[in-house]
Design a protein around this ligand. Structure first.
Ligand SMILES: Nc1ncnc2c1ncn2[C@@H]1O[C@H](COP(=O)(O)OP(=O)(O)OP(=O)(O)O)[C@@H](O)[C@H]1O
Ligand SMILES: [Mg+2]
Length: 225
């Protein structure tokens, strides 16, 4: 692994098989991401961005190639080691917010602490995260009573609350208006700058990419171009 790299991807390929037809989604992607970087992956629909996101997150197995996250080769991990990595080292932000409808905002955030066995361990960080995301006054609201932008900010708080070393965000502003997009980008940017979290943000919005990322990588047709 290159010195300082927290994510190291080599010649990654993924071909989906659907109804007997091969659909190549990644055709050999290599990428090295240094600890503390804010990198944006930009590309048109269907270029393989979410596929890359799911593989780096250990949610999807590649067809070939290697992915190391925080020094661990994903293909050599057991299921429980992979789950541990997802609980403690990587925080995920999905395009669809995936909040649990019966829990309020605070409970939706705290569930990440409980799952990782970190409940009550870092209240200062919890307070910091909800403050920079501007959701302190909405903690008692259930998802149906939150705006789309607020729901996404709660989902981001959930991804950040355990202070993961790596934040993976797939189109975090995809469903948001410009004001909410800015709030989300500012929060990601601020945590990257303040606590050195590595952020990999997938987007098709080049303005969002340029606004916060120090490096922008472009994908097209399963390759980095
Ligand atoms: N489960 C699947 N089975 C078969 N093909 C798939 C599957 N998931 C994705 N694909 C195909 O793989 C290619 C890459 O998809 P992917 O979701 O990675 O694109 P994307 O860059 O995230 O696009 P978008 O910007 O629309 O989210 C597309 O051609 C898609 O149709
Ligand atoms: Mg996608």
């Amino acid at each position: 692994m290159a010195s300082g790299a927290i994510i190291e991807i080599q010649d990654l390929k993924k071909t989906y098989r659907l109804g007997g037809v091969d659909v190549p989604a990644l055709r050999g992607v290599s990428l090295s991401i240094a600890a503390g970087e804010f990198i944006a992956v930009l590309g048109p629909s269907g270029s393989g961005k979410s596929t890359l996101f799911h593989i780096i997150g250990g949610m999807l197995a590649p067809s070939s190639g290697s992915v190391q996250v925080a020094g661990l080769e994903l293909s050599s991990l057991s299921d429980s080691q992979r789950t541990d990595l997802r609980k403690t080292t990587v925080g995920f932000v999905f395009q669809r917010f995936n909040l649990l409808p019966t829990l309020n905002a605070e409970e939706n955030i705290r569930i990440a602490q409980h799952v990782a066995g970190l409940a009550g361990t870092n209240e200062k960080h919890f307070d910091h995260v909800i403050r920079i995301l501007g959701i302190a006054h909405r903690l008692r609201h259930k998802p149906y009573a939150l705006s789309g932008g607020e729901q996404q900010r709660v989902a981001i708080a959930r991804a950040l609350v355990n202070k993961p070393r790596i934040v993976l965000a797939d189109e975090p502003t995809g469903n948001l208006d410009s004001e909410n997009s800015l709030a989300v980008l500012d929060a990601l940017k601020s945590l990257n700058e303040k606590i050195g979290q590595t952020v990999l943000m997938i987007t098709h919005d080049s303005e969002a990419a340029d606004y916060c990322a120090r490096r922008v990588v472009r994908m097209n047709d399963g390759r980095i171009v």
